[in-house]
Design a binder for this molecule. Sequence first.
Ligand code: ADP
Ligand code: MG
Length: 245
Amino acid sequence: MTESDLIVLDQVNKRYGDLHVLRNVSLSVRQGEVVVIIGPSGAGKSTLCRAINRLETIDSGTITVDGTPLPAEGRALAKLRAEVGMVFQSFNLFAHKTVLDNVVLGQVHVLKRSRDAAVAKARELLDRVGIGGQAAKFPAQLSGGQQQRVAIARALAMDPKVILFDEPTSALDPEMVNEVLEVMTSLAREGMTMVVVTHEMGFARRAADRVVFMADGEIVEENTPGDFFGAPNSERAQSFLAKIL
Ligand code: ADP
Ligand code: MG
């Protein structure tokens, strides 16, 4: 571990009954780094993301964020969830709140910002993700791509140290994938620390500093995108890539 490590997982194990879904997973993510996690369905990618945000507990090992072990509950956990933003495949917006309120509420309730300050920040972020004109609408009135951009703005509103993206474009119609990937690519360029689970190999090549390949609960290989796609070390990565490319 070095000073610039923002997230450190050390020998993490997680079981669901007999199913061993994370097997001695050790991974460090540095400040400003973009780590793309790739691997077949069932590999444990979502469980890994959820464990970092403590949406799942782990059975053994340690996870630290910015040097602090994950808190179990209470205010410290709410603070962690603000610092570690999460964007899900299914958007998870508040359906009965406007787009603006979706981006305002966490700022007011968790960060204790004034409503005025939160609204100003929300408007700025909605502009930044290209949907400033939709602020008064409800999520269901937006396209999937627009809803996912609201979810990204909502995560950004908490001034996160890192954002975890779990297959953020998998539920989108194909013509909406790029508008979301473009927002993510610009965040990456601006230096946001990001962990991204995705099947979008173009994005991985373009934006990743490092590719982590997971299968059967294990990190099988970590590599630069150039080496991972050009000459993967492991047979499992080779056969996975042969199927999808
Ligand atoms: P991935 O995101 O790589 O597709 P997941 O982390 O979602 O993989 O799942 C890893 C394994 O754990 C899968 O076999 C999945 O069926 C299982 N799993 C995930 N969540 C649960 C749960 N809440 N209870 C039992 N099994 C689960
Ligand atoms: Mg998953």
